[in-house]
Write a protein that binds this ligand. Structure first.
Ligand SMILES: Nc1nc2c(c(=O)[nH]1)N[C@H]1C(S)=C(S)[C@@H](COP(=O)(O)O)O[C@H]1N2
Ligand SMILES: [Mo]
Length: 434
């Protein structure tokens, strides 16, 4: 397939090929032969094809993850209204934020990552948007956003959303899917009404065991009525009081890529629970079985497994809370400076609080406690800082490790699982003192 064919509207869409089967698409477009997760093996004809398609040689082609569609093919600016994000994929749009750009206590909207499974809806009109609440409730209801604002208490809370696959890029053997490094996490300030209040107003029937969430985005295939993702929560979780149906992000309308005009925000649980472009919640008497609820999606083995081990689908369990984790946002990885610095960052642990964060600059031989703030509210990450004085010129690594209220601490090594979820290993940043 030539560059002209790729840009020819009548030719099969490259994005469709990659959405259906990235491996097959890689083979078809670039003659991929290896099972490696990187395109480092891409030589000769395959590399020449890709270079011709992007219009230049690709000095770092060895680093390109397999299945990554060169962003040069993007037909529109999918990162409009975002600043400094790294685009991993443009169909569906997936973009993460480099750690040093997540330094703010409250993540500005321009820095909030994007994780889409399908195509966002074309129409995100606040005024005509409706939310249906039905299923196992006594009074099925349809609310406009104005109804939600007038009928329920409106609350504003800082809430952490982390994608279940954040950190997947470091899995070995590699795991398929978006190769998130560190930045699929954010803590914006969300304004909305409590999911609990809305469900209780509907009259939750005693047979309800799970919620089911429906958004207005469409499946990559474009098939009418087919959902890309529909997740749910155990009813007891749904009735806790800091899950929001949000219509504002940092005091403004939601960003289109973050679910405008209405979304769920379920702090501390995999980001996939926080349905964007929310238009329906229904209650069910079974564990919800929508797209990405079943099989191995957002699930992990029910036991520790060996890296690379094959695990039967029936041995996978639904991921609930996200584990204890921290992120160093200052200094930036690879930075150069003087001997003294302030190390800063955030720490979080789903449904829990952080008890302590420790810092090391000698590869973990010794640790010093960081100053740690309380969360501004339940569900928000906690900020930490420490003044560090490095002994001499040279290369150092700053390591951070958080311990939560249940005494759980971040591990040094990845607790490997086949789908590449829940990587909460300690964050390390390199610094050079001149
Ligand atoms: N309707 C809908 N909601 C969705 C998704 C989606 O693809 N469609 N992706 C989910 C996933 S996997 C994550 S991690 C979060 C990311 O939220 P963000 O894009 O606002 O950062 O949205 C969740 N909500
Ligand atoms: Mo996610």
């Amino acid at each position: 397939m030539s560059k002209d064919e790729i840009h020819n509207k009548d030719a099969p869409d490259i994005h469709e090929y990659f959405a259906r089967d990235p491996e097959k698409a890689d083979r078809r477009f670039f003659g991929r032969v290896s099972h490696s997760n990187r395109r480092g093996f891409l030589k000769g004809a395959g590399l020449a094809t890709m270079s011709a398609m992007v219009g230049a040689t690709i000095p770092f082609h060895k680093n390109m993850p397999a299945g990554l569609i060169p962003a040069a093919f993007a037909s529109e600016d999918v990162l409009a209204g975002k600043d400094g994000l790294t685009l991993l994929n443009d169909r569906p749009v997936n973009a993460e934020t480099p750690p040093h750009l997540l330094d703010d206590a409250i993540t500005p909207t321009v820095r909030h990552f994007i994780r889409n499974n399908g195509i966002p809806p074309a129409d995100m009109m606040m005024d005509s948007w409706t939310l249906n609440v039905d299923g196992l409730v006594d009074n099925p209801m349809t609310y406009s956003i104005a109804d939600l604002k007038s009928k329920f208490e409106v609350v504003t809370r800082a809430l952490t959303i982390e994608c279940g696959g954040n950190g997947r890029a470091f899995f070995n053997p590699p795991a398929k899917g978006n190769q998130w490094t560190y930045g699929a996490v954010a803590c914006s300030e969300w304004t909305g009404v409590r999911l609990k209040d809305v469900l209780e107003a509907g009259g939750v029937q005693s047979s309800a065991v799970y919620t089911a969430h429906v958004g207005a985005d469409s499946h990559l295939s474009g098939e009418e009525g087919k959902l890309s993702l529909s997740r749910g929560l155990p009813i007891a979780k749904a009735l806790t009081d800091n899950i929001l149906i949000a219509f504002a992000q940092n005091g403004e309308d939601l960003h289109p890529m973050n679910g405008a005009p209405l979304r769920l925000v379920v702090p501390g649980w995999p980001g996939s629970c926080s349905q964007k472009w929310l238009e329906r919640i229904y209650l069910r008497d079974i564990v919800h079985d929508g797209p990405k609820m079943t099989g191995t999606a957002y699930r992990r083995p029910n036991r520790p497994v060996e890296p690379g081990e094959k695990v039967e689908t029936e041995d996978f369990v639904i991921i609930e809370r996200m584990p204890v984790k921290s992120l160093i946002t200052n200094p930036a990885n690879g930075s150069e400076g003087g001997r003294s610095m302030e190390v800063r960052g955030h720490a979080w642990s789903g449904d829990r609080t952080i008890a302590s964060v420790d810092i090391s600059y000698d590869f973990g031989a010794s640790w010093m406690p960081a100053e740690l703030d309380a969360p501004v509210n339940h569900g928000a990450w906690q900020n930490f800082r420490a003044s560090v004085e490095l002994p001499a010129a040279g290369y150092y690594e700053i390591w951070a490790r958080a311990t939560d209220s249940e005494g759980e601490m971040q591990p040094h090594a990845i607790d490997w699982n086949p789908k590449g979820y829940l990587n909460n290993t300690m964050h390390r940043v390199a610094v050079r003192v001149s």
